[in-house]
Write a new protein. Structure first.
Length: 192
């Protein structure tokens, strides 16, 4: 259905995330992946969804030569904990610190998506609340050593071992926590 609706467009996904690329495949969309390197820096006064909206838009601005039938999709995800944005950890120590801070607490996973072409731009977002059980240091260390938390906001993937054993509750979209609120993207693209 969506594939038919967008058949006259070139869909460009500006993301190296294998999870986001898989979602696009699962939606049966024809798309290309184009990635432009940008410094993901945002004004310090921004909070929560303002950060992800800003960064999704910033990523879209790196593409200056869109054709009239191109639709560019950029996105950004953060973990929001106690008023602090957690991005991707740079090393094992940072991953451990992030996971220790998430242990036995609720946090929000916030994703924003920019949908843009030469005549419009729409930014949508989604927020999911996730609650972790009290994680032991051994559980955190095991996860870091056996999985790849370094390309994930907040140093964890809900679809991996730590999600299986560590998450007590989730309020909102599971797929948003994986990396993309697919239901909202689908609705926005169907409305074009």
């Amino acid at each position: 259905m969506l594939k038919q609706k967008l058949q006259d467009y070139n869909i460009i996904l500006a993301s190296g995330s294998p999870r986001r690329q898989q979602f696009f495949k699962d939606l049966q969309l024809d798309f290309t992946v184009q990635i432009k390197s940008i410094r993901e820096v945002y004004p310090k006064e921004l909070k929560g969804v303002e950060i992800t909206d800003y960064l999704a838009d910033l990523k879209s601005k790196a593409f200056t030569n869109l054709a009239d039938n191109d639709i560019l999709i950029t996105s950004d995800t953060i973990v929001w904990l106690d008023g602090i944005a957690l991005g991707k950890p740079k090393n094992e120590k940072e991953a451990f610190t992030m996971l220790r801070s998430l242990s036995d607490k609720k946090h929000q996973v916030i994703t924003s998506i920019s949908i843009k072409n030469n005549s419009f731009q729409k930014i949508i977002n989604d927020i999911t609340t996730v609650s972790f059980k009290n994680l032991s240091d051994d559980e955190i260390s095991y996860y870091i050593k056996n999985y790849q938390p370094f390309d994930k906001a907040g140093a964890y993937g809900i679809q991996e071992w730590i999600g299986f054993i560590g998450i007590d509750t989730i309020e909102g979209s599971y797929f948003n926590v994986v990396g993309l609120p697919v239901h909202k993207l689908y609705e926005a693209l169907m409305a074009l």
